[in-house]
Ligand binder design. Structure first.
Ligand SMILES: *[C@@H]1O[C@H](CO)[C@@H](O)[C@H](O)[C@H]1NC(C)=O
Ligand SMILES: *[C@@H]1O[C@H](CO)[C@@H](O)[C@H](O)[C@H]1NC(C)=O
Ligand SMILES: *[C@@H]1O[C@H](CO)[C@@H](O)[C@H](O)[C@H]1NC(C)=O
Ligand SMILES: *[C@@H]1O[C@H](CO)[C@@H](O)[C@H](O)[C@H]1NC(C)=O
Ligand SMILES: *[C@@H]1O[C@H](CO)[C@@H](O)[C@H](O)[C@H]1NC(C)=O
Ligand SMILES: CC(=O)N[C@H]1CO[C@H](CO)[C@@H](O)[C@@H]1O
Length: 493
């Protein structure tokens, strides 16, 4: 299908309820049946469309709160609503404050700054105080920061914790400086405020600027700043579709995220996940299911897994217990791919998930070994994507990915081809994450893996440990602590 411009224009408008498409069959879904219906062409068409959503928007991305992201949400909702005889579809609204613009002068010189999401807009003017040790502990902060602007490095804990500590000591503003090259456009405090008024206006500056002020202060110089930020309250949406058929108390939950970073269209990260899930959801309507299947497209993943966290928090224990397994899909078509399975049994990284996570890993291994007949590796089960909040709530999880900024090893080169010593995705979080960034060999193998796992669990949960709600408890504190300190998790916050 060629995507006509007229279609695209309609997509940007409010969701219309198209004539419902009749479900086609009563045949119980099988892995083979569903996999056969997943076609590369359909995935490619949707990837093109997502790219258009980005490039037709003023900011050329699909970042949270942007036109490109809203067009993505509208398109997914509209598409799945065509199957409203098969799915109950709803959008879960989530209020969010995004950074709009910011201005900063330090010692009366203008400094480049970005407004940070989730922090309130406002002005702060006063002496700058450098906070040692990254500001992840209350002890890093002087007892009294009244009237000051705290200067804190990004890293090790979510920036929301740092800003909350600073504000509790009386700081009227915060400057977060990057811990890697580049500006902090599109950055967020990565955590919802825990109480109203917990945060103060926050600007993001470069590492060079931040370190420059730190050394000026260390050498006894005085640093005063004037920071003005503005923010915009937006409502963004998780999209949730659940089969009307199947056991509604035993749900297989299949998810990905709908937003991108500010730097580019995000077609691999993670358009590829949303697209594969959407295509699986469309093709599933040709079959019946024994267990209910729930598909979700999370919002604001890049701002700190906020959409998934908001969703999990909205569920009471009864509702949580209905989710037998959460599968999360991201980065499905990395150009220099490896087939990676989350290490749910802890065999590779000694970090396990709730009961059922090990079995999910084994199911994906079975698919790669016996069906796709390709090699696979494991990646740390570190909560670095939208399944993190589910693990925290004691819900079994699993998933696969093709790799982000990590470097392909020689051994992986022998297993998967591509190039050793090069990132899996050189365009990860860059403007080059476009349609042309996708590896189609990987895309189809991964999309069929989604179809396989969806069909398998839609038929039966027999391969999972029996449901035992008394055994469901939050991931152990020790495990939570460990994954929150893991290298992959830390590179995200
Ligand atoms: C920052 O300055 C620009 C240019 O003067 C202005 O358009 C913008 O509104 C200012 N933002 C804030 C938050 O003051
Ligand atoms: C849990 O939430 C569901 C859905 O909102 C609701 O129908 C149900 O009554 C709630 N159960 C309890 C025990 O609160
Ligand atoms: C795995 O983790 C547990 C608890 O976190 C620890 O006691 C154990 O020594 C670890 N095992 C290995 C092989 O690292
Ligand atoms: C799997 O990896 C091995 C090297 O570990 C390689 O020899 C083999 O060709 C790979 N198999 C496939 C199907 O790529
Ligand atoms: C459920 O889990 C609890 C706690 O792990 C255990 O004591 C109990 O025996 C389990 N019940 C069943 C039916 O497996
Ligand atoms: C941060 C981001 O870009 N979103 C996710 C895309 O997928 C990869 C691989 O699963 C995750 O690591 C990212 O968090």
């Amino acid at each position: 299908m060629k995507v006509a411009v007229a279609t695209l224009a309609a997509v940007g408008a409010t969701v219309v309820n198209c004539a419902a498409i009749e479900p086609r069959g009563n045949k119980l879904v099988t892995s083979e049946g569903l996999r056969k219906l997943i076609k590369l062409k359909a995935l490619q068409e949707k990837a093109h469309l997502f790219e258009r959503f980005a490039y037709d928007s003023p900011d050329k991305n699909r970042v949270i709160g942007s036109e490109g992201h809203q067009a993505t949400i509208d398109y997914i909702t509209k598409t799945i609503k065509k199957y409203s005889k098969y799915y109950d579809v709803y959008q879960q609204p989530m209020p969010l404050s995004i950074g709009l613009s910011a201005n900063l002068t330090v010692n009366e010189k203008e400094v480049t700054v970005d407004a940070v999401g989730l922090a309130p807009g406002g002005s702060a003017s006063g002496p700058v105080v450098a906070i040692p040790n990254l500001g992840c502990e209350e002890a890093d902060f002087p007892a009294d920061l009244s009237g000051s602007i705290a200067l804190i490095s990004r890293g090790t804990c979510v920036s929301g914790e740092k800003v909350a500590f600073a504000a509790s000591k009386g700081a009227i503003g915060v400057l977060i400086y990057n811990n890697v090259d580049g500006n902090l456009a599109g950055y967020s405090l990565q955590r919802f405020p825990e109480s109203d008024g917990e945060y103060v206006p926050t600007g993001g500056i470069t590492q060079a600027a931040g370190e420059g002020f730190v050394s000026l202060l260390a050498s006894g110089g005085s640093v005063t700043a004037e920071l003005t930020t503005s923010s915009k309250d937006v409502i963004t949406y998780n999209i949730i579709a659940q089969t009307k058929g199947g056991d509604q108390d035993n749900v297989i939950h299949v998810s990905g995220h709908s937003d991108s970073v500010a730097q580019g269209p995000g077609i691999n990260d993670n358009g590829s996940g949303s697209i594969s899930i959407l295509e699986t959801a469309i093709q599933l309507t040709q079959f019946s299911v024994k267990n209910a299947v729930r598909f979700s497209w999370w919002t604001a993943e890049e701002a700190g897994l906020l959409g998934a966290e908001f969703y999990v928090k909205s569920l009471n224990q009864t509702e949580k217990d209905k989710i037998r397994l959460l599968l999360d899909f991201d980065m499905m078509a990395s150009p220099n791919y490896a087939y990676q399975i989350y290490d749910g049994d802890g065999s590779a990284f000694n970090l396990t998930g709730p009961a059922g996570s090990a079995e999910a890993e084994a199911e994906f291994a079975y698919y790669f070994d016996k069906i796709a007949k390709v090699n696979h590796t494991e990646i740390e089960f570190d909560g670095r994507s939208d399944y993190g909040p589910f693990l925290d709530a004691g819900i079994a999880a699993g998933g696969i990915a093709c790799g982000a900024e990590g470097i392909k090893t020689q051994e992986e080169f022998e297993m998967f081809g591509g190039a050793a010593g090069v990132p899996y995705d050189v365009n990860y979080h860059e403007d080059g994450d476009t349609y042309n960034n996708l590896n189609f060999d990987a895309f189809i193998v991964m999309a069929k893996a989604i179809a396989h796992s969806t069909a398998t669990y839609a038929r039966s949960f027999d391969s999972l440990p029996p449901k035992n709600t008394t055994a469901i408890k939050a991931r152990s504190d020790a495990n939570q602590f460990k994954y929150k300190k893991s290298a992959r998790y830390l590179s995200m916050i």
